[in-house]
Design a protein around this ligand. Structure first.
Ligand code: C2E
Ligand code: CA
Ligand code: CA
Length: 513
């Protein structure tokens, strides 16, 4: 609570006493007493003095009220609109007084994982507990708002003591409050947060919008270096932000102009050796930097919220390739496309996908939706569950990707109508030479058989691994040993030569009995 100074309290008490009905009774009595005690002079002094004192007190009182009204700015948790107005006021006040102020931006680390694990309602509950904790840490005049589900802003009022160290300390205190477990239905959830801030002195001529943007840029940088990181805005941040903004522009342009497109890796049947599908794997064919794999740009695309856009572009090229093969009489049963959890969280996904398939005259069974096992092993939120079961109901093949690296339960495999598991290449590597690898693959294949699931062994690099996978009963194989990912034009050539080879070659024997 803010303390009201003693002088203001006294003035207010006197003003109350000297106004209204009590004062009316009090004035004649005072004048009479003055005449009785001091004679005419005292009477005149009292008669003139009292109204003057009354007016003076009232003026002082109304001034303190006016000052109070002017100072009674909103504090604590406020709406974003109020926050923007107040940031403007803080900036003006700081400019006038020459004191420093700061804008602080906060985000939880690994927020998508929390959403996957606990869902939106739980995330809201954590946010509201966080608000209370921050309000307990900041000063009375400071303001706080939530601009996105996982982004909070704090305006620190001008103060002579507010320097870089004080801001870092304040950020540390906020991080400490987040380290305390959050309670969700009696269970403890452990979170951390990253923080970016910008002091007014770092960009003295800034408009409020620039100031907020600078704090957000500092937070983005903290998150990239996170978890649990604090970053202050500096001229370097601005330079790096510019570089990233250009990268984003380049990435979006590359998506539009066809520089980013899928390369196709073949999948073949262990029974017949025929092509059973291709997996579409994103590549950036950069004019000066050369070919870049997803490990270079996926982390950036995720942070820049561009996964949905990337998915659309990859599907467009992949479906168009399927249509070209269909029209040329080449039988490619399925195309595998990777779906990021961000995309699976899009409520409009199924409708969009129906439309996209229609556009290329493809039935849903021609698409294998590849979903990482890690998405299944977390408790997916309602939208993900609805989308995956919806895609299965539509007739798409649901591929459980990188099987063996996450913790998908048998229940979740059933719940999501998984039709095929893709055994991760870490199990396949050297399985023909390593009995323990072989045991693991056998165990996975037995489980799949019992659950009536198709199987595909990934990362098959050698003829020995290929032969063993066939012998153990994997339905399909994919890997450098069969074919590397290649651009569409090369895939066309590969298909031709594979089919020619198939005509003359004996089938790779599959386990019998
Ligand atoms: P993934 O879905 O498991 O794809 C298989 C990865 O293994 C590919 O890497 C592929 O080039 C590589 N690979 C295939 N055969 C072999 C082999 O015999 N040996 C070895 N050592 N590696 C092999 P890539 O293309 O670098 O993709 C990496 C990951 O990036 C993919 O793993 C997938 O999770 C993700 N990804 C690729 N394209 C997309 C996309 O369009 N959208 C999304 N959301 N993710 C994508
Ligand atoms: Ca995949
Ligand atoms: Ca995989």
């Amino acid at each position: 609570m803010r303390k009201i100074p003693f002088a203001v309290r006294t003035l207010n008490a006197l003003r109350t006493a000297l106004s209204g009905p009590p004062a009316l009774a009090f004035v004649p009595a005072t004048c009479l007493s003055a005449f009785w005690l001091g004679g005419e002079l005292a009477l005149m002094a009292a008669a003139l003095g009292l109204p003057l004192a009354y007016a003076a007190l009232n003026a002082a009182g109304s001034h303190s009220l006016t000052a109070k009204a002017a100072g009674a700015r909103p504090t604590g948790a406020v709406s974003t609109d109020v926050f923007h107005d107040e940031i403007q006021a803080i900036l003006q006040q700081a400019k006038k007084s020459g004191e420093n102020a700061a804008c602080v931006a906060v985000s939880f680390d690994d927020y998508p994982a929390m959403l996957d694990l606990h869902g939106h309602a739980a995330a809201d509950h954590v946010s509201s507990q966080f608000v209370d904790r921050v309000l307990a840490v900041i000063r009375g005049q400071d303001i706080f708002t939530q601009i996105k589900p996982n982004r909070f802003l704090i305006g620190l009022h001008p103060s002579a003591q507010l320097d870089l160290e004080a801001c870092v300390q304040m950020s540390g205190r906020i991080q400490n409050t987040v380290e305390e477990p959050f309670l969700l239905n009696g269970a403890s959830v452990y979170m951390s947060c990253s923080i970016g801030f910008c002091m007014r002195s770092s960009i003295p001529e800034a408009e409020p919008e620039d100031w907020l943007e600078a704090a957000n840029a500092a937070l983005d940088e903290a998150q990239r270096n996170g978890p649990m990181t604090i970053r202050a805005f500096s001229s370097q941040t601005r330079r790096r932000t510019l570089v990233r903004a250009n990268l984003r522009k380049d990435f979006v342009a590359a998506l539009d102009n066809g520089e980013i497109r899928p390369w196709f890796q073949p999948q073949v049947s262990t029974d017949t050796g025929n092509i059973t599908g291709f997996e579409a794997l994103a590549r950036w064919e950069h004019p000066s930097k050369g070919i870049m794999g997803p490990q270079i740009f996926l982390p950036f695309a995720e942070q820049a919220d561009l996964m949905g856009r990337l998915g659309q572009v990859i599907r467009h090229h992949a479906f168009s390739a399927m249509q070209t093969w269909d029209m040329g009489g080449t039988k490619i049963p399925r195309i595998g496309v990777n779906f990021a959890s961000d995309e699976l969280r899009d409520p409009g996904l199924i409708d969009r996908l129906k439309w996209e398939l229609d556009q290329f005259d493809l039935t849903p069974d021609r698409l294998a939706v590849e979903i990482l096992e890690t998405v299944f092993s977390r408790r997916p939120d309602d939208v993900i569950t609805r989308n995956v079961t919806g895609l299965a109901a539509l007739g798409c093949c649901i591929d459980l990707d990188d099987f063996g690296t996450g913790h998908a339960s048998i229940a979740s495999i059933k719940r999501f109508d998984v039709s095929r598991i893709k055994i991760d290449r870490t199990f396949v590597a050297k399985a023909d030479q390593d009995p323990s690898q072989q045991q693991l693959v056998s165990a996975i294949l037995t489980m799949a058989e019992r659950l009536n699931l198709e199987t595909l062994a990934e990362g098959v690099e050698t003829a020995g691994e290929h032969a063993l996978m066939a012998q153990l009963g994997a339905d399909h194989v994919q890997g450098f040993g069969i074919g590397r990912p290649m651009p569409f034009e090369k895939a066309q050539i590969w298909i031709g030569s594979h089919q020619a080879k198939q005509k003359g070659a004996p089938e790779i024997g599959r386990k019998t009995g």
